[in-house]
Design a protein around this ligand. Structure first.
Ligand code: THG
Length: 367
């Protein structure tokens, strides 16, 4: 088909050569890097996550490090979620909002010590944002990117693989919590997290020069459980109702519209960016909400370079923001960002490339 022109603008993943050796066939761009999205056997790769264990290069989930006496203060200013009880070794899913209350990223925040935090970011530049806020607020904190590259191990057998590598203590980690350790002299933070609902871990490699060795260590350790390469799986995440920032959000999306209201604490201090707007949005009531949408037809479709109109009796009520062929439901499914008047069970239609497709709204997650 076509190839990718090599450029220093696209930071290479430390696992890149390993993924090529394992037969990667497609990539997407994310945080100015390339992320593997397939190894040529989409259905097999999907079932491996549902029934077995899969390993993913997610070094594109780059870390924005906040370090210094005011690191905690900056972390709190950046996210409208109460961090006062967040302890070292804990992670939290947060919304980063702008002053209008619009979500501009949905990172996992990790507290490494009292003066050091990471924001494990989705696809937008938070170094600029955090650096600007630190300077404007006169904070004593350095914003940087550490040498860190997450590798995800996901699926029902992930725990056995990761326990065989690091010990049984990994089985007791709470969701989003992590511990720094090492294996064969390679520094790693082991976190119970990952962008699937099948269970698993993210291994944050803290020395990019060891990428290939680390990839091969995980691959070797996973052999008894038939581990194979995979990716943040589009079908699984749609079935499981996991949000993709930038795909399922636009330039006006607030946390209440995308099921992130539970991660917003309205009583955080007034200097938290966006909190005043969020209080107002909450008081007035959001205009849109996120639902599932099930399409008629049995022709698999997952092509969506853009959103598609969702109509009810000829009137637009929202947008379908993604589409996936569900291997478990045997239907095309997606998310709808729709008017709050639209309810689960409503019959609607989707206009996709000039074709009207009958559909029904439902609750998320699908499974
Ligand atoms: N791992 C790491 N960094 C990341 C992601 C990741 N950065 C970007 C992106 N993914 C962040 N987005 C999400 C979205 C959803 C979840 C995690 C990261 C998630 N959500 C669960 C849910 O919605 O059901 C659980 C949320 C909860 O219980 O609080 O897991 O994947 N390192």
């Amino acid at each position: 088909m076509f190839s990718i022109f090599p450029s220093a603008r696209l930071r290479p993943s430390p696992f890149f050569d390993a993924t090529v050796a394992d037969g990667v066939t497609s990539f997407t761009t994310y945080n100015r890097m390339l992320m593997p999205t397939g190894y040529g056997q989409p259905e097999e790769e999907y079932w491996r996550i549902i029934n077995g264990v899969s390993m993913w290069d997610v070094s594109v989930e780059r870390q924005v490090q906040l370090q210094g006496p005011d690191a905690g203060k900056l972390a709190q200013i950046l996210c409208p979620r109460d961090l006062t009880k967040c302890v070292v070794g804990q992670g939290k899913y947060v919304a980063v909002c702008n002053h209008a209350g619009t979500v501009i990223n949905d990172p996992i925040l990790l507290k490494l010590d009292e003066q050091r935090y990471w924001l494990s970011i989705a696809d937008s530049n938070i170094w600029f944002w955090a650096g600007a806020l630190a300077a404007e607020r006169g904070l004593d904190v350095v914003v940087s990117e550490p040498d860190v590259s997450p590798l995800a191990v996901q699926g029902p057998k992930a725990e056995d693989v990761v326990a065989s590598m690091f010990g049984d203590w990994v089985r007791d980690l709470k969701y989003f919590w992590f511990r720094e350790t090492e294996i064969d002299g390679i520094p790693v933070a082991v976190a119970k997290s990952g962008w699937s609902k099948q269970g698993g871990f993210e291994l944050y490699l803290m020395d990019g020069s060891k990428g290939i060795r680390f990839w091969n260590l995980v691959k070797e350790a996973g052999k008894p459980w038939d581990i194979g390469p995979g990716n943040p799986n589009h079908c699984e995440r749609v079935e499981s109702g996991l949000l993709s920032f930038g795909g399922d959000t636009d330039d006006h999306t607030n946390p209440y519209e995308i099921r992130m209201g539970k991660y917003v604490d309205l009583d955080v201090p007034d200097d938290v960016v966006g909190i005043k707007a969020l209080r107002k949005i909450k008081a007035e009531g959001p205009k849109r909400h996120q639902l599932g949408i099930m399409l008629e037809g049995d022709e698999p479709d997952q092509v969506a370079f853009n959103w598609f109109d969702v109509n009810s009796r000829g009137t637009k009520i929202g947008d379908m923001t993604n589409i996936a062929w569900s291997y478990r439901l045997k239907r095309n499914i997606g998310f709808a960002l729709a008017s709050v008047d639209a309810k689960p069970g409503d019959d609607v239609s989707v206009m996709k490339n000039g074709v009207e497709i009958a559909a029904r709204l439902c609750d998320l997650p699908f499974i």
